[in-house]
Design a protein around this ligand. Sequence first.
Ligand code: AMP
Ligand code: MG
Length: 497
Amino acid sequence: MNKAFEFQGVQFKFDNSYARELNGFYTPCQAEAVPAPRWVKFNHELAEELGLDADALETQEGADIFSGNIVPPGAMPIAQAYAGHQFGNLSPQLGDGRALLLGEVIDRNGMRRDIQLKGSGRTPFSRRGDGKAAIGPMLREFLMGEAMYHLGIPTTRALAVVATGESVYRDTLLPGAVLTRVAASHIRIGTFEYFAVRNDVESLRRLADYTIKRHYPELIGRPYIEFLRAVSARQAELIARWMCVGFIHGVMNTDNVALSGETIDYGPCAFMEHFDPATVFSSIDDRGRYAFGKQPAIAQWNLARFAETMLPLLDEDSDRAVQLATEALKTFSEQFEKSWSAMVRRKLGLVRTEADDAALVQDFLNAMQAGHADYTLAWRYLADAAESNPARLRSVFRSDTTKLDDWLPRWLARLARENKPAMEIAADMRRVNPYVIPRNHLVEEALEAATINNDFAPFNQLLGVLSDPYTERDAVHLYAIQATPEQTEGYRTFCGT
Ligand code: AMP
Ligand code: MG
């Protein structure tokens, strides 16, 4: 039972456009009551950004709200319908099986943000699941989302993790928790697929119009093909950002692709250590479908599924619609190349353009791969090399440096043609090549201490370090250095659902 009547007065200014405008796209639903909500982690800074009274929320009342026990006034909890291609196969009905959208608020920057509970109990979309979440994966989502945010990558963020006081069964009994997630929206490619598989063109049109209004307002009244191109460009930009920092999402199913262009659904994601495009961490991705190097191609595959849903809106003539969609999809490669090359050139310290720059990038990647170089630190320590100190760069190559030896003089000669002081170039490079990322062994250590020993010091320290990833400082050296092969060997991540 929800204790709405006990509400003390924490104010949310909800404005629930999805519930209001998209009747038929969701089921109103209540969170399951939990026995003993208790604060685990609160994102004060994000609460302030949302215009919420953070102090009033970090109370028992707040824990009651963020566990789902209290529905704050103005909220309208709904479970959103969606479908999706999971590992290549269509599931016509997924939906919020363990999540509830409480509503939307307009943040301090005028942006509309969804506030969603994750792990709040069963909904009509739960299928065989229990609708619940364990505390470990929810803390992981909190941490990874914050890491991405501070790296400057569009992402959903966690506002709160509240322990429920009950156990959930995942092979073994684990403490349960509810995560509160803040997102530009939860509209996914899978949301479009839900109506496409039902041949419900009118709902598709309503959804497209709503999505355009919310995320691509400059395209209101324009042909839908422009919407398709814009969604594609935003995905290209997002994936390029992932590739720049070695982020591996792990479950790029179409239900985990947000139309807003934010990274969403932190399950088995992880950052790559030494550079190898074949890197996969997820225990359920045994074929490497979502390997690091495949992410651009998978994004394009996902966009093809999106384009298929849009066909009836593109043109009345279906041949013409297919032709338009195909042309739009082809531009993804160009869009990705454009985003990636702009970013990666900055990572290499290049501002001027030369014909051989793409080869220079590719050859650095080849050198890293041949030398088992740490992806993060190899990029980072290039700045030292630009200042004539290649020692640290060399030190993060574990083996063969012959390719690096060939490459360095070429790159230094190219940098000389930038006609800028080395110090200036290096400083610019350090602004785009992070010093710290969430290293897998440190993430696991922090989660273990928190969930097994109830010791949140390592988690909070790691979170603090990751809030400033581009500044090198002695105090965080141990967070920055690469893991030993023993620490990384056979590392696996799990969905935790
Ligand atoms: P995910 O793998 O988290 O992207 O979820 C895929 C689908 O499975 C979504 O429809 C989720 O709502 C659903 N799901 C995941 N975990 C659970 C759970 N514990 N109970 C019910 N549904 C779940
Ligand atoms: Mg999902």
